[in-house]
Design a protein around this ligand. Structure first.
Ligand code: UDP
Ligand code: MG
Length: 328
């Protein structure tokens, strides 16, 4: 019997690139479903699950048309933009496949690599095949250095072991997808979650393609705030650093106290050093505020988690079209 491969594709304002993406992905779907010799003697039925993350262009309209022409093209559409992480979760929840593949809509994750990924998964016995970029040089100076610093800091501060250049382009077995769906958190950092759930992952290098149409949705500011979110959701490292610096300051002040006490006993000097005093007050005041801020960030996240708000809200999916038909 054929296995089912679900391909999950988050989309935010991708109407320009979607027709090109469909052309490429359809070729691959035909290849892996008809030519059984391609992947260790297995044929795959495929379903495409597009998640429209509250697009304001014609993405949803296009997805409706695609579904009407081919029922294996499914879609979920959000009531507003909830972000790529929410779109990934919705896609994984709706996927019915024995295997699930996650990829971007903009052809930067080349569909032609899918047969190789399937081959690797079937032959190596691992639970997931994930792709990392080995073409960082193509990126701008800021993005390249920022990304590699992020991966280093993240691995130092958390118990995760993220591969430098890791992307969300990933093929997984059902058992791993179910483990990911069991993670209840609202603030989701998927790269961390994929790593945290464990299972054997085989990493393959790839070169990201150029985006043939449309624009990247990630500004530098968004990337920085995404990185902070990621660190705060997988590491208590910043809190430990605060406590550590606090302890160091206590020890230093204790030693300075002893020094002044002995100095006064021996020399009988009056205590001088007004500038030192106010500089120290400023420094310690600043540190206290900084540390309170960091603690506050964790508190804010606890507050958001405890509200148990849904990660996303679905406005429409392929079943809504059927309901509309019945009601008409
Ligand atoms: N995306 C999304 N919601 C967002 C931003 C992006 O679903 O709020 C999707 C987007 O449509 C694309 C993928 O996530 O399929 C990667 O986005 P993009 O190409 O903008 O990111 P980059 O490749 O520049 O990191
Ligand atoms: Mg992209």
């Amino acid at each position: 019997m054929n296995k089912l491969l679900s391909i999950v594709i988050p989309c935010y304002n991708e109407e320009e690139v979607l027709p090109l993406f469909m052309e490429e992905i359809s070729k691959v779907c035909r290849q892996i479903s008809s030519d059984g010799s391609v992947i260790a003697g297995t044929c795959f039925d495929t379903e495409l699950i597009f998640v429209d993350d509250g697009s304001s262009d014609g993405t949803l309209k296009l997805l409706r048309t695609l579904h009407e022409h081919d029922a294996s093209v499914r879609f979920v559409s959000f009531s507003r933009n909830f972000g790529k992480e929410a779109a990934i979760l919705a896609g994984l929840k709706n996927a019915k496949g024995d295997y699930v593949l996650l990829m971007d809509a903009d052809l930067q994750h080349p569909p032609k690599l899918i047969p190789d990924m399937l081959k690797e998964l079937m032959s190596s016995g691992c639970d997931s095949v994930a792709m990392y970029r080995n073409d960082r040089k193509k990126e701008g100076f800021f993005r390249r250095h920022f990304s590699s610093a992020f991966f280093k800091i993240m691995n130092k501060l958390s118990k995760l072991n993220l591969v430098n250049g890791a992307t969300d382009f990933r093929l997984m077995k059902r058992i791993m997808v179910n483990a990911i769906l069991d993670m209840p958190e609202t603030n989701r950092f998927s790269k961390g979650i994929f790593n945290w759930v464990g299972f054997n992952t085989k990493w393959l290098p790839f070169e990201t393609g150029e985006r043939p149409a449309g624009k990247s949705k990630w500004s530098s500011g968004k990337l920085v705030s995404y990185s902070f979110d990621a660190i705060l959701s997988f590491s208590e490292g910043p809190l430990k650093i605060c406590s550590f610096i606090g302890i160091i300051f206590c020890i230093i002040s204790f030693l300075i106290g002893i020094f002044h006490f002995i100095k006064t006993l021996i020399f009988g000097d009056p205590v001088a050093g007004f500038p030192t005093l106010y500089l120290m007050m400023l420094l310690i005041g600043g540190l206290i505020l900084l540390f309170l801020g960091i603690t506050g960030q964790y508190l804010a996240r606890i507050y958001m988690e405890i509200k148990h708000r849904p990660v996303y809200i679905v406005k429409e999916d392929e079943n809504s079209l059927i309901k509309e038909d019945i009601n008409a």
